[in-house]
Structure formats: structure tokens, C-alpha cells
Design a binder for this molecule. Sequence first.
Ligand code: FES
Length: 100
Amino acid sequence: MLGLTVESDRRVFVCQYTNCLHNGSAEVLEAFQAHPVPDVAVVATSCLGQCSTGPTVIVSPDETWYCRVKPTDVPTIVEQHLIGNKPVTALLHPRFHPKY
Ligand code: FES
């Protein structure tokens, strides 16, 4: 059995569907692509079902949902979460992370 750790085989899903695109998700995707992290793949996705609070970003397998992500938030997500393993609480989606 393969043992996967939280630090490896991560994926960052960035919605590229209509509502999120309207709110700048193409720039969010570009920002993640401009800040590559080893063993983390950045993936453009279709609608993630959270259109009113986009741009929507999910970090998997952590099951962390971020909402209203701006390109300027990306360096913080990269440094604090993808490298430092601490989710950026100010950007967590309250529907999935209600204590924030
Ligand atoms: S358009 Fe991005 S979550 Fe629906």
C-alpha cells in the first residue's frame, strides 16, 4: 500500500467556470502557476458549486476550501498552506469550515 502524506501529491483546484472567471479566477490560476511548489499540481476545473463565493479554490487531499480568492492572496496560500501546512483561516469557505 502506498502511503501518501498531506505534504505530497497535493492538488490545487482553481475553478475556471463563468462566475469565478467573472471574478478573476483566471488571474488566480495564473498566480498559482507563477508560484510552483514541488509535488503540488495546479489544476483548472469547471464549476465547483460555490459560484456566489468565487473564485473558488480547493486544496486536496486536505479538503480545504477557499472562497473569494484574489491573485494577491495566492502567495500567502502558497507560503502558509502549501509550504507551511497551515491553512489561511481568513480565506476559508465558511460553508465547509464553519468555525472560521
Ligand atoms: S463558477 Fe466557480 S464555483 Fe461555480
